[in-house]
Design a protein around this ligand. Structure first.
Ligand SMILES: Nc1ncnc2c1ncn2[C@@H]1O[C@H](COP(=O)(O)OP(=O)(O)O)[C@@H](O)[C@H]1O
Ligand SMILES: [Mg+2]
Length: 165
């Protein structure tokens, strides 16, 4: 049956009134993610990219007592959930070749889920499914705009939209 629920390719905009709202977005994303998905998180320093990534890692089944810190120096941290989870921060990387060497493509083929901070500069190499753009709107409030960048991303946002409505 066809249900008219709007343009599935339109970005999904959410107000995140406090940290818990960001955590529940992470939980909703986690339940819609599939092996091989790659999500890019964009937004300025302090926007909440690492908080969202950490909440996502925990929502995907990594124990809460395992802290998720910014992988600024290591570039990529790996966690064991039901699927391998890669949390990357590419702030320090300068060239697409360096990004290619990190091997996201191969890891996705093996079923890893990846969450990448500062990845928008390398979108051509990373081929994200969804980009989550965070904006600082107040001391404890943020807004999120989620846009699909692949066919899989469209399906992912559709699943997410059904939850957040
Ligand atoms: N609604 C919110 N969502 C996410 N983080 C928030 C929110 N409100 C306040 N914060 C704070 O903003 C900061 C975000 O830091 P972080 O996640 O490291 O940002 P980034 O990785 O984007 O630089 C944290 O100190 C967090 O406590
Ligand atoms: Mg960060």
């Amino acid at each position: 049956m066809h249900t008219d629920d709007g343009d599935a390719e339109a970005p999904l905009r959410l107000a995140l009134g406090d940290e818990d709202a960001t955590r529940s977005l992470a939980a909703q994303l986690a339940s819609a993610l599939l092996p091989g998905d790659l999500i890019v998180l964009e937004g300025p320093l302090g926007a909440g990219k690492t908080l969202l990534a950490g909440a996502l890692v925990h929502a995907l089944g990594v124990p809460e007592d395992e802290p998720v810190a910014s992988p600024t120096f290591a570039l990529v941290h790996e966690y064991e959930g039901p699927s391998p989870l890669l949390h990357a921060d590419l702030y320090r990387l300068g060239s697409p070749e360096e990004v290619e060497e990190l091997g996201f493509e191969e890891r996705r083929d093996e079923g890893a889920i990846a969450v990448v901070e500062w990845g928008e500069r390398f979108a051509d190499v990373l081929r994200p499914d969804v980009v989550v753009a965070l904006t600082i709107t107040g001391d404890s409030s943020r807004s999120a705009q989620l846009r699909a960048e692949s066919e899989r991303g469209v399906a992912l946002l559709r699943a997410l939209g059904a939850q957040t409505r």
